[in-house]
Design a protein around this ligand. Structure first.
Ligand SMILES: NC(=O)c1ccc[n+]([C@@H]2O[C@H](COP(=O)([O-])OP(=O)(O)OC[C@H]3O[C@@H](n4cnc5c(N)ncnc54)[C@H](O)[C@@H]3O)[C@@H](O)[C@H]2O)c1
Ligand SMILES: O=c1ccn([C@@H]2O[C@H](COP(=O)(O)OP(=O)(O)O[C@H]3O[C@H](CO)[C@@H](O)[C@H](O)[C@H]3O)[C@@H](O)[C@H]2O)c(=O)[nH]1
Length: 437
């Protein structure tokens, strides 16, 4: 099939190149000229394991030609179906901001006005229930002068990939959710995903309506975020009793009903999804008149964890005027994404205490500098350089490289380490505090 993907960020780029890998022809449309040029040069615009190789294979001068990028929406006219992979950020009150989706949907509709054949639009972005039927579909249809159902199909297909393992996750899904409110749209969506389902060994395909598909995404993220907050709550209790929360988590994870994944307690969840999606579904539920107590508690516990980390640090060092090494800036290992990273509240709290902050991350320093160019952070060339002469170290991201640090700690003025991710190996001469162990 010939597909178009609007938005070439973490999701759009990943799905576009993976669809090319699965044999579809794909055109990626993005308003960012630099992103488009990077892709057409055969390079990945973001850091994601395995992505660069796939982009080089399918885009650029030496690629198969199955993937190209453009800033021109007209390219959509030749395609059968379009995925909308645009950001759905949160407003100040936590609710979803659909303005970028509306803008993209309007541009798509204006373009589709010139198309005679039926076109299928698939919402990939995470959107609050009823956004597809009440906002996105009518925006496309009005701009195109078309009728939904007859000459325009609009479906919803939530994405469950994780950053850091995006390509692997997309190509090996636990489930594929196809949300559509008419059979023709569902058939097109099924045809798009047929090669993926076949290659991935027939994962469950959940066929449902668009608003249920939208809710499945929030339920999935809300459940996982709450699971982490629950193990953090339990972990904080463990710490009070001098019990290792990881030993407890390993044991309870053996119960199939609990499961071993997402039981790593520590600094909590960050990233571009859990915080905004949890806030968005809470705001939407409240707007409908329901207070989602568990989800609100999950957010509260999550906000508390950086505070606890600093309290543990305070017990060992008064950091005012002292050099503090921050190891890790990315919201999780394997990505250069710093959106809503737990590094942000940790650094804010260190700065409020008057600490001299020296940070190191293997890939995310440039993004952190761009996120807050005025922040008083010195960036080190290596973890060892960050530790050099430091009076304390806080560990924010569980990069594997931090697990092998050893003699590097001897360069510290005082070997005080507060580990938010259980990654550092404690050594003789080190004062080591784990957040929940
Ligand atoms: N990042 C993830 O891991 C992940 C996983 C699942 C779902 N999601 C959801 O997917 C959606 C996209 O997230 P993302 O992380 O890929 O976003 P992103 O910010 O990485 O990428 C968005 C892209 O859209 C482009 N863009 C903005 N306006 C445009 C327009 N009018 N026309 C064309 N392009 C435009 C931007 O230039 C950017 O390249 C969000 O709803 C998010 O919640 C994200
Ligand atoms: O046991 C754990 C697992 C994760 N985290 C933290 O949780 C956050 C999110 O991690 P992860 O879920 O691995 O990455 P994301 O890329 O944010 O992926 C989540 O958000 C995506 C966007 O919606 C979804 O598609 C994915 O299914 C969902 O896992 C990170 O800060 C992790 O450090 C923990 O603290 N403990």
């Amino acid at each position: 099939m010939y597909l178009s993907v609007i938005g070439s960020g973490y999701v759009g780029t990943t799905i576009a190149v993976c669809f090319a890998e699965l044999g579809h022809d794909v055109v990626n449309v993005d308003i960012d000229q630099e992103t488009v040029e990077t892709l057409n040069g055969g390079e990945a615009p973001i850091h994601e394991d395995g992505l660069a190789d796939l982009v080089a294979e399918h885009a650029g001068p030496n690629g198969t030609g199955r993937l190209r990028a453009t800033t021109d929406y007209e390219a959509i006219l030749e395609t059968e179906a379009t995925f909308l992979c645009l950001p759905t950020p949160q407003r100040d009150d936590g609710s979803i901001d659909l303005s970028i989706m509306r803008a993209g949907a309007a541009s798509l509709g204006e373009t589709l006005a010139a198309k005679d054949d039926r076109h299928t639009v698939i919402v990939k972005s995470t959107v609050i229930p009823r956004s597809t039927t009440d906002t996105i579909a009518p925006t496309v249809a009005d701009a195109a002068g078309k009728t939904i159902g007859a000459d325009l199909g609009v479906g919803m297909n939530p994405e469950f990939l994780r950053e850091g393992s995006a390509v692997r996750d997309f190509l090996n899904p636990d489930k594929v959710v196809l949300g559509a409110d008419d059979e023709q749209t569902r058939d097109v969506m099924a045809a798009v995903f047929e090669p993926l389902v076949e290659r991935a060994g027939n994962p469950a395909v959940v066929e449902t309506d668009t608003k249920t598909a939208e809710m499945i995404k929030y339920a999935n993220n809300g459940f996982l975020a709450t699971k982490i907050s629950l193990i953090n709550d339990i972990g904080n209790v463990c710490k009070e009793f001098g019990i290792d929360a990881y030993e407890v988590a390993d044991a309870i994870g053996l119960d199939d009903r609990i499961g071993e994944q997402f039981l790593r307690s520590g600094l909590g969840w960050g990233g571009s999804c859990f915080p905004k999606d949890t806030n968005a579904i809470i705001a939407a539920a409240k707007a409908e008149g329901y207070d989602p107590t568990m989800l609100e508690a999950a957010v509260e516990v999550n906000e508390h964890q950086p505070k606890r980390l600093l309290e543990l640090l305070d017990a060992h060092v008064d950091v005012a005027g002292k050099r503090v090494a921050v190891l890790g800036l990315a919201f999780k290992p394997g990505t250069d994404d710093v959106r809503n990273s737990r590094a942000v509240p940790v650094i804010e709290r260190l700065a409020a205490r008057g600490a001299e902050i020296v940070a190191y991350d293997p890939v995310a320093m440039e993004n952190m500098r761009a996120l807050d160019p005025d922040a008083d952070i010195a960036y080190a060339d290596s973890a060892a350089d960050a530790l050099d002469r430091a009076n304390a170290c806080v560990v924010v991201t569980d990069w594997d490289a931090f697990a092998t640090l050893d003699e590097e700690f001897e360069r510290m003025a005082e070997q005080v380490v507060v580990d938010g991710r259980r990654v550092v190996e404690p050594r003789r001469g080190m004062t080591y505090e784990g957040l929940t162990w």
